[in-house]
Design a protein around this ligand. Structure first.
Ligand code: MG
Ligand code: ZN
Length: 375
């Protein structure tokens, strides 16, 4: 009799405890995010991610995520997306046609998450290893019908500069058909422009644009070095001064270009560089506690396979040889890795444009609180 009572009490207590525990955990994950770091490895499908496990040193930073999902990335009017509609889906929540930059399927400009963040008192940043006017970064600040209109994209940037930018592409600002010097326009807007080197000890309250090449940044192979990790570390140091938080997008742009070139070594070097950036973002988020980190790609490029090397025409399972099935993009589902407040929402399989809503949901409540108190 006594035994039975004791057992029942213990059971009830343990149930109560686990319920409490669960709600504590739930509370932590439902907590709004003050900052979001979105890391896009352009053209980085699961095979590209896998290269970090076979060709890198130590455990890749991808392994630090617990919340992992997949997105389907079909655009409007086609089966396979390009980087413009892919990034526009992330930045605006709208699926659009290939080549669309920050506009929906009817070419209507849609507010991006970066613009929303700026309007809500947060600091913003864009970093890429391409020109800053290239499709992926452009989709976060520009509204242009065609990704090839780099000069129009640069004009949109000059209209509403981010607080921090780093990448290539100064020629679209300063060597234009309309003879405008948009770098001067940026300077008039109190943006400190540097076309030579990434600055250090940045002053909060100032805006910065580090446009270090006329067009794209060099490849890793051609000596880009630690530009991407350094720019990310500098941006995090700078943007984290904002009490209202920040939105930062960092793109490993050239994983895609390695795929287009069907060049395994190019892909691997770019993925390993991108993995360093993931490490920095996660270190920051772990310390900060209020930062959501999302790592994904717009699409896969090259139809990359980590095939068995061929020895006398036979597959040799002791060695991996990257092989490709296309010079273009492929339609495969793309992994999404999330860490921090709001990260649980990234479990499962969903559409690419759902990523926008999941990020906005992670941001929203806190910002509503901001607008009623500090703004
Ligand atoms: Mg891109
Ligand atoms: Zn591509």
């Amino acid at each position: 009799m006594f035994n039975k009572f004791y057992l029942l009490t213990a059971l009830l207590l343990s149930l109560l405890f686990s319920a409490c525990n669960k709600s504590m955990q739930q509370l932590q994950e439902d907590r709004p995010a003050k900052n979001i770091i979105l890391l896009i490895g352009d053209g980085m499908g699961l095979a590209q991610v896998s290269t970090a496990y076979y060709f890198g040193e130590g455990t890749p930073n991808f392994s630090r995520f617990k919340h992992i999902g997949l997105h389907q990335n079909e655009p409007v009017g086609k089966k396979i997306t390009d980087s413009a509609s892919g990034a526009t889906a992330f930045s605006t929540g709208y699926k659009s046609y290939n080549a669309a930059i920050g506009v929906d399927g009817d070419t209507i400009a849609r507010e991006t998450i970066l613009e929303w963040a700026a309007l809500n008192g947060k600091s913003t940043g864009v970093i890429a290893t391409s020109s800053i006017t290239h499709a992926t970064p452009a989709s976060f600040y520009a509204h242009v019908q065609n990704r090839n209109w780099h000069e129009d994209i640069a004009a949109d940037y000059a209209k509403a500069p981010a607080d921090f930018a780093a990448g290539g592409g100064y020629k679209y600002f300063s060597q234009r058909r309309d003879d405008q010097d948009l770098l001067k326009v940026l300077e008039e807007k109190h943006v400190l422009v540097d076309t030579n080197e990434l600055g250090a000890n940045l002053e909060f309250g100032q805006k910065y644009a580090f446009f270090l090449e006329p067009d794209a940044m060099p490849t890793m192979k051609d000596g880009r070095g630690d530009f991407l990790p350094n720019a990310t570390a500098t941006a995090l140091d700078f943007l984290s001064n904002d009490e209202d938080g920040f939105f930062l997008m960092v793109e490993g742009s050239q994983i895609d270009w390695g795929g287009h070139a069907n060049d395994g070594e190019y892909v691997i070097n770019e993925v390993l560089d991108f993995d360093k950036v993931i490490g920095l973002a996660l270190d920051f988020a772990q310390k900060d506690g209020n930062t959501l980190v999302v790592v994904t790609a717009d699409h896969e490029t090259g139809g990359l396979s980590l095939s068995a090397a061929k020895v006398f025409g036979q597959p040799e399972y002791g060695a991996i040889e990257p092989t490709f099935s296309t010079g273009g993009h492929s339609a495969s589902l793309i992994p999404v890795f999330a860490y921090g407040p709001g990260s649980e929402a990234f479990l499962g399989i969903y559409q690419n444009n759902d990523i926008y809503g999941k990020m906005m949901k992670a941001f929203a409540e806190k910002s509503a609180a901001f607008s009623s108190t500090s703004r």
